[in-house]
Design a protein around this ligand. Structure first.
Ligand SMILES: Cc1cc2nc3c(=O)[nH]c(=O)nc-3n(C[C@H](O)[C@H](O)[C@H](O)COP(=O)(O)O)c2cc1C
Length: 495
């Protein structure tokens, strides 16, 4: 950024500013706490510029705006430049792109059950919930009776739009068996802060509190974040319990230095034993969720529920088949059927890169996947796409109608023999006579994958389809492009 060419900068008000006004003064603080007071006209100018820069604008636009307000050319434009530099140094402004911050709908991320216990750090729970939500987690809260002495359920319910579950017994009609339903719902469980008592329950398998019961019943990873007085943390019994739950496969966070509330306020110094701050807890949880997800992708899940969990918990770059660009050979095969205006069915659209590219070429595309989580992400990634996103399992399809072309990028090879036969029957009904079926499968067997040859695919899909072309291909992913085969099959006339 050339400091002299300030009129060409694009600037925007920072999301958080440290500014207050009093009487004639406007005080700008830097994140380090250094203050700069402006008075009179300078204060009014700064307030006006900050309001104007709520949306990204160039330095030249700021100058023109101020000139319009004063009704005359600014004699010393460097005054504006100095003000912008001051606000930038104080991080009240930031350099920005021209794109407006679009309120994109967010696809659902991992589901986390947050367990709160009677440790004093529970008073920070609303901040933790907000931090989790900001990182895309869908949050439900469980709390012990002691926890609800440190935070009100109403505050957490306002944030999550769901009841705080504080009893093993159902309250209201939401959950019949709360601990099992929440344990099954969760992609991860975090107990933060975890009291010494709750840690003891986890160590002995005591399900009496709903917080411990959800963690014990969950098959999802569990993060326990101890938080207590340093002497309690050092107790042999607590250390024994922590070692036990680590051995049982729970994830236990190391403590941070925190203030001990048992000490009088003026004498408190940070001591080891407290929960780390919310942003660190969220980082630990994200790492644990990603670790579990990368183990899950090595053998593809079966059923819509498994795929939903995978798409909720995996970052796109963790999915070996995920490509941000449409495969050129699939687009070329489609172009062979027609440049535009075809009705296309995609099976296993995933995060939607291929469907969006096809819709962009003027084809009408119905993009299906068994996973609604994948389709919601696809929709959120390309809100302008004209693709129709539809949850459907081709082996039990609800679709009717006849398409010019059906495309399958890496689905067929995941199906069992019985599923593959239902797939073939469904596609015979969905592709019009004379239409094409374009299928890409991996060339080498990997866990859960059945590669196809020209003979085996012709045997599966014939006599309704005749194999027209077979070509060597790849399945590009984030880090590799394993060998694949591309098949183009022609739907034969009915009867
Ligand atoms: C003011 C106050 C603060 C407390 N802070 C903690 C704490 O930080 N960590 C802890 O393990 N216990 C703490 N306790 C004790 C727990 O509340 C108590 O052991 C309780 O039985 C925990 O039960 P729970 O795990 O079912 O919530 C505190 C108690 C009080 C009264």
């Amino acid at each position: 950024m050339d400091p002299e060419r300030w009129t060409e900068w694009t600037l925007c008000r920072a999301p958080v500013v440290r500014i207050y006004e009093c009487a004639e003064r406007l005080v700008v603080l830097s994140p380090e706490g250094d203050g700069h007071a402006l008075t009179g006209d300078s204060a009014a100018l700064a307030a006006e510029v900050l309001t104007f820069l709520a949306a990204p604008r160039s330095g030249a636009e700021v100058l023109a705006h101020v000139e319009a307000l004063t009704g005359a050319p600014i004699e010393r434009p460097e005054v504006i430049a100095e003000l912008l530099r001051l606000l930038l140094r104080a991080r009240a402004l930031e350099h920005a792109g021209r794109e407006p911050r679009s309120p994109r709908t967010r696809a659902p991320g991992p589901r986390v059950v947050l367990g709160l216990t009677g440790a004093v750090a529970t008073m920070h729970a609303p901040a933790l919930v907000q931090r989790l939500q900001a990182r895309g987690f869908e949050v439900r809260v469980t709390a012990t009776d002691s926890a609800l002495r440190f935070v009100r359920a109403e505050a957490l319910e306002a944030l999550t739009h769901h009841p705080v579950v504080s009893s093993i017994w159902p309250e209201g009609q939401i959950h019949r068996v709360p601990h099992i339903e929440l344990a099954q719902w969760a992609d991860a469980v975090v107990i933060c802060p975890a009291s010494a008592t709750t840690i003891a329950r986890l160590a002995v398998g005591d399900h009496a509190s709903v917080v411990a019961a959800v963690a014990l019943a969950a098959r999802a990873p569990v993060l326990v974040v101890p938080s207590m007085n340093p002497a309690m943390y050092a107790e042999p019994a607590v250390q024994r319990n922590l070692a036990r739950i680590v051995e049982d496969g729970l994830h236990v966070a190391h403590p941070a230095r925190a203030l001990e509330v048992a000490d009088p306020p003026g004498t408190r110094t940070p001591m080891l034993g407290g929960a780390p701050p919310p942003e660190v807890v969220v980082q630990l949880l994200e790492a644990i969720v990603r670790e579990r997800a990368s183990a899950a992708v090595t053998s593809p899940p079966r059923g819509a529920e498994g795929w939903d969990r995978l798409y909720r918990t995996c970052a796109p770059q963790q999915l070996p088949w995920q490509s941000e660009a449409a495969d050129p050979d699939l687009l070329a095969a489609l172009a062979g059927e027609g440049e535009t205006g075809l009705s296309v069915l995609e099976i296993g659209a995933g995060l939607g890169a291929l469907a969006t590219a096809i819709a962009g070429r003027g084809h009408a595309i119905v993009a299906t996947d068994v996973s609604t989580a994948a389709l919601e992400q696809a929709r959120a990634r390309a809100p302008e796409s004209r693709a129709i996103w539809l949850a459907d399992d081709i082996t039990e399809t609800r679709l009717r109608g006849r398409f010019d072309v059906a495309l399958d990028r890496a689905c067929l090879h995941l199906l069992s023999d019985a599923e593959a036969r239902r797939y073939a029957a469904a596609l015979a009904g969905l592709v019009r006579p004379g239409g094409a079926l374009v299928v890409k499968t991996l060339a080498e067997p990997t866990p859960g994958v059945t590669p196809y040859s020209a003979e085996s695919i012709a045997a599966l899909l014939g006599p309704e389809f005749a194999l027209e072309r077979e070509a060597a291909s790849t399945l590009p992913g984030p880090s590799a492009a394993p060998a694949a085969r591309l098949f183009v099959l022609r739907r034969q006339a009915d009867g």
